[in-house]
Design a protein around this ligand. Structure first.
Ligand code: SAH
Ligand code: SF4
Ligand code: F3S
Length: 449
């Protein structure tokens, strides 16, 4: 068999796409290797959400280039959002790349590779899949290895929101939901293969089912269906949009035990003018009202968010509104990004009045605030027992195991006698909090003698 080396940048959508390519390529005779030097095929699945990611990717291809001199049969491919965004332009910077393929062509990966091998002339594959329904044909033989204890399922692709700063609607195309029956079947298959937790995935999961489904299903209805999969212990979703958050979805948290009490609800800014500029479609008051509603119904809920710092024309006072909102919500964690202008987006046209220095200084203050909020949230767990779904050994420290709590904190505990396996749930008495991690002692069966 031949060997493929796959590298992934960007969000969980890209991770899922890479997994899918691995599976499809396996059925075309490729084993995955973790050594690019051994590979017959190298694919880098790229991200273009911020500029930093792009630069990293070009330098990575620079590293791979000499491998072609050693192995003239080597095929080099760029997949993902940067590939979709830049298309032909990439060949000007890196003419040694054999194919450029957007996220919507993942299902065609075997044809793309075959074409690259036979023609030896670079080709760009960036057509959007215009089929109405989003159907992933299930392969009869999934990869012969257990599923991750916590596994992702893509339920919707693309995004129709067109926030002013964001490339996703251009790189991933229009929203397309996947049939609920297919999603449930995939969840059943993953649980049979050992998954305990399912994370439903999309750029905008609660826009699920708005149109185009053969069997119309709303997002909360999908949750009720997946929750019934026998053996499923935990259910999550990411990312949901405040604008599409319905009361029925709040109700689902009350009704479904497996739906854990953590909600990632990106707000981007705590200021109304900036939110409007961003085209987020809601105000700060509406966002606060939603958080209040969720908290009233589900008091144990923890929240995380994404914020953008230094959006063009953001004033100091407007920036401080973001800090105020973060403090008010008390997020357990945040992804905090310095604004980065992106090609084709309306925000890139607005004069950028916030200097690089100011952006960095604001970002630093935001990070400091979040560190304090994370610590405050984490300290509430000290002296209590949290349930950890075990993922595997920790990379730091021998004999230390790593898991996740329902609120999505990393949980570390010693297991010197190796009593615990990935996928098991153990109760951990929390003694310490560091960053977004809890550590403590697991309640393991006592070993006599
Ligand atoms: N669909 C999700 C987010 C997807 S992108 C949502 O709407 O919430 C992940 C995060 O990257 C965004 O939430 C935003 O905070 C950040 N991001 C996107 N474009 C950006 C840009 N041009 N500059 C800086 N951060 C950006
Ligand atoms: Fe981008 Fe907005 Fe869509 Fe999120 S909702 S992917 S930020 S356009
Ligand atoms: Fe990046 Fe594309 Fe995801 S731009 S964040 S890989 S949708």
């Amino acid at each position: 068999m031949k060997q493929v080396y796959l590298d992934t940048f960007g969000c969980q959508m890209n991770v899922a796409d890479t997994d899918r390519m691995e599976l499809l390529l396996f059925h075309s005779g490729y084993f995955r290797t973790h050594e690019p030097e051994n590979a017959d095929l190298i694919i880098v699945n790229t991200c273009s959400i911020r500029e930093k990611a792009e630069n990293k990717i070009y330098s990575l291809f620079g590293h791979f280039r000499p491998l072609k001199a050693k192995n003239p049969g080597l095929v080099l491919g760029m997949a993902g959002c940067l590939a979709q965004q830049e298309g032909e332009n990439i060949l000007k910077k890196a003419p040694f790349i054999d194919f450029i393929m957007g996220p919507d062509c993942v299902e065609q990966i075997s044809d793309v590779v075959q074409h690259a091998q036979t023609s030896r002339k670079p080709r760009v594959w960036t057509e959007f899949d215009r089929a109405k329904e989003y159907s992933i044909p299930d392969l009869a033989h999934p990869l012969d290895r257990p599923a991750d204890p916590s596994s992702f399922i893509n339920i919707i692709k693309g995004c129709d929101k067109f926030c002013s700063f964001c490339v996703v609607p251009f790189t991933r195309g229009r929203e397309k939901s996947r049939e609920a029956a297919e999603i449930v079947a995939e969840a059943e298959q993953l649980v049979r293969r050992g998954a305990k937790e399912i994370i439903l995935l999309g750029q905008n999961v609660n826009a699920y089912g708005k149109r185009g489904l053969i069997e119309p299903t709303e997002f909360h209805e999908l949750l009720y269906r997946v929750a019934e999969v026998p053996g499923l212990q935990r259910l999550r979703f990411t990312t949901s949009h405040p604008k599409d958050f319905t009361p029925e979805l709040v109700q689902a948290y009350q009704d479904l035990d497996v739906l854990v009490n953590h909600l990632h609800l990106p707000v981007q800014s705590g200021n109304d003018r900036i939110l409007e500029e961003m085209r987020r479609g809601h105000t700060v008051a509406e966002y606060r009202a939603l958080i209040d509603l969720v908290r009233n119904k589900v008091p144990d809920m923890s929240f995380s968010t994404d914020v953008i710092i230094g959006y063009p024309s953001e004033t100091e006072r407007e920036f401080e509104d973001t800090l105020d909102l973060m403090e008010w919500v008390g997020y357990s964690s945040s992804f905090m990004f310095q604004y980065s202008p992106r090609p084709n987006t309306p925000a890139a046209e607005i004069p950028d009045t916030v200097s690089e220095l100011e952006k960095r200084e604001r970002l630093q203050r935001t990070i400091e605030l979040q560190n304090r909020l994370t610590l405050e949230q984490g300290q509430r767990f000290i002296g209590t027992e949290v349930e950890a779904l075990v993922e595997g050994p920790a990379s730091r420290g021998k004999g230390l195991m790593r898991g996740r709590s329902p609120h999505y904190w990393s949980v570390f505990f010693p297991d010197p006698l190796k009593q615990v396996q990935p996928g098991e749930r153990v109760s951990v008495l929390v003694e310490d909090v560091r960053g977004h991690s809890l550590s403590g002692v697991a309640n393991l069966p006592a070993v006599v003698g």
